[in-house]
Design a protein around this ligand. Structure first.
Ligand SMILES: Nc1ncnc2c1ncn2[C@@H]1O[C@H](COP(=O)(O)OP(=O)(O)O)[C@@H](O)[C@H]1O
Ligand SMILES: [Mg+2]
Length: 415
């Protein structure tokens, strides 16, 4: 959780940084819980000790009080009584057999008053409340003074009460601290990652620009020099150069804020499938169904990249034969478009539904684990949408769902 050095941007394939990070997080969490438990136990033993001490002090005060009547005029003894009382931290209320308060200490002295005939009166609401608290906490001590019996009620001192709550308050403070630290680290890590993504993308687009322009010039030159306008080899070369241009365009779009345009989702995706289908094994069957009218604000080069990543992954997940089905659903109530990409591949374990989107997560030998994290960025950051694994069953297949806002300009056709 606090290990920014674990966050590798481009991890080495052979190790999975997320497994490591998860393990660290787990150990740190266990460690934090152990510290919490130890702190609770340690404080609890203190609380018990203090509780015993407070009870002993009150017993001592009660005993001294019982004897004091015989030694009233001994100044030294009065001093001792006074010092024992001062040392008793727990508040005490003494009540006679008919329930009247005869004395108290350790409570708010403003709640008592001397009446006109010089009698002490008690704020009954306050004292009833205090007495009920005391009764809930401890059994009263019996006190006998010159044959009259009294009951001394007492409650935990302020310090003891605080100490009881201390470990819980401490844990809340530690927890809040951990949460803030975690949020701070993650946001600075995200900013750092953003920087790298954008920087790398811009640099790649920039670097590819020059050789692509030269290649285009070279093919033109070859056509005229060898009089090969219709040569199929040159046509193939031109196709590849076009492909390179598309790739460069995608990278340059990642590096800057892309322009979104209103498009019919169905058409964009079926165009891409047409392009993709011929480049994939015949064993994979493609289909597209659902709403063919709904529109959304898209940046075609980037959105094609999203679909390409999903289709490539789906094709990889299908070992022998299988199908990839895209279904477009309009959620009119929320003005959203759902794009479900379902394959009949090997599936993703439920515990990995989130992990597949993390950079560096891959189960493929030659994978970099960047496809889905890039896809997520394009959907979330550039199209303000969402993407997640909707469903998956091992050995049966997976459905990824993209949610986009449908275009507000969309009007259902009445024809
Ligand atoms: N349709 C899918 N079916 C099964 N597993 C998938 C699917 N899509 C992605 N995955 C899993 O997610 C991982 C990450 O995918 P991705 O980010 O595209 O990286 P890469 O393709 O380089 O492995 C894949 O290695 C695979 O384990
Ligand atoms: Mg991939």
């Amino acid at each position: 959780m606090f290990f920014p050095f674990c966050y590798c941007i481009l991890p080495i394939q052979s190790m999975n940084p997320y497994e490591k990070k998860r393990r660290w997080k787990f150990f740190l969490l266990i460690f934090a819980i152990l510290i919490g438990i130890a702190s609770v136990f340690y404080t609890d033993s203190f609380v018990k000790k203090m509780e015993r001490e407070e009870a002993n002090q009150i017993q001592l005060w009660v005993k001294i009080q019982e004897r004091s009547m015989f030694l009233m005029d001994n100044d030294n003894f009065t001093e001792i009584v006074e010092s024992v009382r001062k040392n008793t931290k727990a508040p005490v209320v003494v009540v006679d057999s008919s329930g009247h308060i005869t004395t108290y200490f350790g409570l708010d002295s403003t709640k008592t008053n001397y009446s006109t005939d010089n009698k002490l009166t008690y704020d009954s609401l306050y004292f009833v409340h205090q007495l009920s608290k005391m009764k809930a906490q401890h059994m009263p001590l019996e006190m006998n003074i010159l044959g009259t019996s009294y009951k001394a009620y007492y409650k935990d001192s302020f310090i003891l009460t605080q100490l009881r709550y201390f470990p819980y308050i401490q844990m809340i403070v530690i927890f809040l601290f951990l949460l803030t630290a975690y949020a701070a680290f993650s946001s600075s890590r995200r900013a750092e990652q953003d920087h790298v993504w954008v920087g790398l993308a811009k640099e790649t687009a920039h670097q590819l620009g020059t050789p692509i322009s030269s290649l285009m010039a070279w093919t033109e030159l070859m056509k005229s020099k060898f009089d090969a306008e219709d040569d199929p080899l040159i046509a193939e070369m031109e196709n590849d150069i076009k492909r390179l241009e598309i790739i460069t365009d995608r990278f340059s779009k990642i590096g800057s804020k892309p322009i979104l345009e209103d498009h019919t989702v169905y058409i964009v995706i079926s165009n891409f499938i047409d392009y993709f289908k011929v480049r994939t094994s015949d064993k994979v069957k493609f289909s597209i169904t659902g709403d063919d009218q709904v529109r959304a604000m898209l940046n075609i080069p980037l959105f094609d990249w999203v679909i390409e990543n999903l289709l490539k992954n789906a094709a990889n997940a299908i070992e022998n034969e299988g199908s990839i089905a895209i279904n477009i659903i309009e959620n009119l109530a929320k003005e959203q478009v759902f794009i479900d990409v379902t394959d009949s591949g090997k599936g993703i374990p439920r515990s990995k539904f989130d992990a597949v989107f993390q950079p560096g997560y891959t189960t493929r030998k030659r994978g970099w684990g960047l496809g889905l994290s890039l896809t997520k960025r394009i959907v979330e950051n550039y199209h303000s949408g969402e993407i997640f694994v909707k469903d998956s069953e091992l050995g049966k297949g997976t459905t990824f769902r993209i949610i986009l806002k449908s275009s507000l300009t969309y009007e259902p056709t009445t024809a």
